[in-house]
Design a protein around this ligand. Structure first.
Ligand code: C5P
Length: 212
């Protein structure tokens, strides 16, 4: 099974690069961040406190979840809502819940088995979910550039607000007990600061060709 793991912090270019690599290699693409966001969205919609670890874990296990070009949560299209500032603010709390992680990691492995591998992006894909991935890439970029990229996507938010949200989320994701954001020993680190996307994609494709 060919799995290409693309990890890195918010705004490092993961989604853009992962989608382009998947298209070039005719592999399917999975955004695991969207899965953590979907659980967070479902909890908020049901009035469940994201801090309530037991209830959120129970919800994650019961949730019907489809993450493809659109994200469907219990039959409702939540593609737009999972990117809202409210979900973005609460998602790191939900992602720090070990029982939620166990459930979603299992679903990610099942997804890969059903799709014959794929390009999978997240925070712990190379380190935890697929330690035997064909290729592990860890994308980084300067803090300022990451905030700039995100604030261009979030038209209704100011740069300072986005920068503060990213810094807080980076900190929470890197310091949590369960599978913190980290670089797998055998991951290739690529700094995407000031580099055109096409160039980064080319480099990942070159690395993938070496590891066929
Ligand atoms: O990639 P994105 O920014 O949409 O991810 C949202 C959040 O989901 C991250 O801040 C992190 O808390 C969590 N996440 C995770 N493990 C993954 C993917 C995302 O903990 N594999």
């Amino acid at each position: 099974m060919r799995v290409i793991a693309i990890d890195g912090p918010a705004g490092s270019g993961k989604s853009t690069v992962a989608r382009a690599v998947a298209a070039a290699l005719a592999l399917d693409y999975l955004d695991t961040g969207a899965m953590y966001r979907a659980v967070t969205f479902a909890a908020m919609r049901r009035g469940i406190d994201p801090e309530d670890t037991d209830l959120v874990a129970e919800l994650a296990r019961a949730l019907s979840l489809e993450v493809a070009d659109t994200v469907t949560v219990d039959g409702v299209d939540a593609t737009i809502e999972i990117r809202s500032p409210e979900v973005t603010r609460a998602v790191s709390t939900v992602a720090a819940n070990p029982a939620v992680r166990r459930e979603l990691v299992q679903r990610q492995r099942e997804w890969a088995a059903a799709h014959g591998g794929g390009v999978i992006e997240g925070r712990d894909i190379g380190s935890v979910v697929f330690p035997d991935a064909t290729l592990k890439v860890y994308l980084t970029a300067d803090d300022g550039e990451r905030a700039m990229r995100r604030s261009k996507e979030m038209l209704n938010l100011q740069y300072d607000q986005v920068a503060a949200d990213i810094a807080r989320r980076d900190h929470a994701d890197s310091t949590r007990q369960a599978s913190p954001l980290g670089v797998a020993d055998d991951a290739v680190r690529l700094d995407t600061t000031s580099r055109p996307v096409e160039q980064v994609v080319e480099e990942v494709l070159r690395l993938a060709a070496e590891r066929r």
